[in-house]
Design a protein. Sequence first.
Length: 718
Amino acid sequence: MLDSYDAVVVGSGFGGAVAACRLAQAGLAVGVLERGRRYARGGFPRDWHDPLNGWVWQHGQGLFDVRPVNEVTVVQGAAYGGGSHLYANVHLRVPSDGFRTGWPAGYSRAALDPYYDLVAYMLDITPIREDQPLGLPPKTRLMREAADRLGRSAQFCYPNLAVSFKEPRQEHLNKFGVAQEGCRHCGECDIGCNYRAKNTLDLNYLAVAEQRGADVGTQCEVLRLDYDGDSYEIRYRDHVARQDRRVRAPAVFLCAGAVNSTELLLRCRDQYRSLPAVSNRLGHGYSANGDFLAFAMDTESPFEPWDGPTITTGIVYDRGAGEDRKWFIFQEGGFPREIAGLVQALGHRGGQAMDSARVWEDVAREIRELAEKRIASEGVVAADADSAVFLVMGRDRADGRVELMPVTHDLRVTWDVPGNLPLYDTEERFCADVAEALGGRLTLNPLWQRLRLPVAVHNLGGATMADDPAHGVVDGGGEVFGYPGLHVLDGAALPAATGVNPSHTIAAVAERNIEAAIRKLTSDPTWRAPERELATPVTDPVSALVIPTGGTAPPSSPAVGLRFTETMRGYVTRGTPAVGRLPRRRGRGPPCRYRGAVHVDHRHLVPRRLPHLRAAPGRGRGNGVRRGIHRPRRRRRQQRCVPPLQPRRRPGRPPDAVLAAVLRRRRPALPSRRVQGRTRPRHVRRLARHLHAVHGHPRGPPTRRRRARHRRSPHSRA
């Protein structure tokens, strides 16, 4: 990497790849900083017995960055090409009504359609079809039949996929001159395709950027941004050279992912004070995109989730109006054959071995133990062919917040699970209907079933777009308010949940905004992407679906609710007794007993957290009622304890008296050397001897309680 560039792009996902490609095509000197590795063909991890061997970012900078952050489990990718190596290839557009609220001026479906078409051309998207070399997988046919049984065939679709469906095991060159193969239907799309059948970003956008002279630095993690009024200094850590380095550029494009880009701006504003003028709305508007994960076990026909791409079908649910509207898309999932045993074990043991798991550590330990026994084990694949994975995403409230803790500066994500519970509940009931239509039974994600922790793989918001800094962090073009040249072009800028797989929208918004930025940087108001003329209109399958008047049919599975039962016992008496007095026994009538019940469904539940649930031991997180009312245990009486901070010194008070006060408040502090069979630490004994020499008592000056006890002692009368 050089010391300076015309523009620096942080990250290489769907926003960063678009920015790097277009900036290089415009003739600018571009530097790309990516914290992940560059994976060659066949280089993705496949050690099924060791989850730390290349899989996890926290251990050796692996492929997956899994962060259980407070109230949500965030899953991100770390590789050259970003999340394109881990996503399920789906490219869908936000419906027209999705742009009505939250989006700044200038955004609409009609305004974004040309950029949607441009992304579709670059990624060569197409749905799965019967006339392709390997045809339709079994799970695709079963999902079509399940939609017919549920009466939802009008809302069923085959989404567009960024996958090459040419002849498998035969190499061919794509439109950008990069070698690829046809899809083998191996189900490994979401763990990195070793056959280059996925149209990932390093095979198109990033390949063009490097062909046009972009300088790429992998395993380079950006730590800080500084602005001197003219250009930006980017401090990053080179994990290969194990050095901290710096680079300057007048234009910086943050595309590190929604959570990472927001965290970087938060640290620059609140911790380093290098960007102090960033809007106060930074961190607000976080959305998990309504992600919901579930499983179906013991399906009637073999589902074979490892046969075919990860996702091949979708069913749209749209019902209600206003705040009560529920909009989401249901998609079947897939996984490699080697982890089929783990998924089946989670289904059978989810209600048994994990019954005692109430915190993240317990659930994670149980999953690790199951993984060690079941992953890549022989003799379990045939029995696990009747397992299915359900992936749902929808329009949540987008009311979460990403922030830093006050003292430790640790990242915290606050997510209103109770407020989004009506959406999650409807998604769960819909999954139960599909599982029943497949002849199986529903099994929930263990993190959701035990801890009510959603797993978010489509993180959005945090540095949202708006028309002014009072409502967002960046303007409609992605430029940060108050910092010219600093742009956010990834999912952090989206101001609302997309409801569908967001990668297509992130790339389309990046295409729109990078075009405006290049016109400003080059002073060329007519600049356009070279491929713009080659892109043709593409039909979005979701837009072609038919939603009946009044919305789609509600799920048939019962909804979540609360039922209150109250029993009243008393006597029937004549007349009206005085207020506050009961009638005399002689005047009472026969005993009477009344029992009433009130049922409150999920629409009328108060979407707020209950404080006593948060404080309950063993709960971990208070994100709503789980499997009935959780009654906190009675706390044991604890000894008085003070934090390890020195008390405030008063004017004229000697230091020895301060130390004496500390010892006096910290119990136990007995004069003997041994306390309850334990030897007091050496520094405590030294301090006690010092206080004894100064004040004549090993625990400091006598307190009021000690003086009273001394007066009552029989030895004091002698």
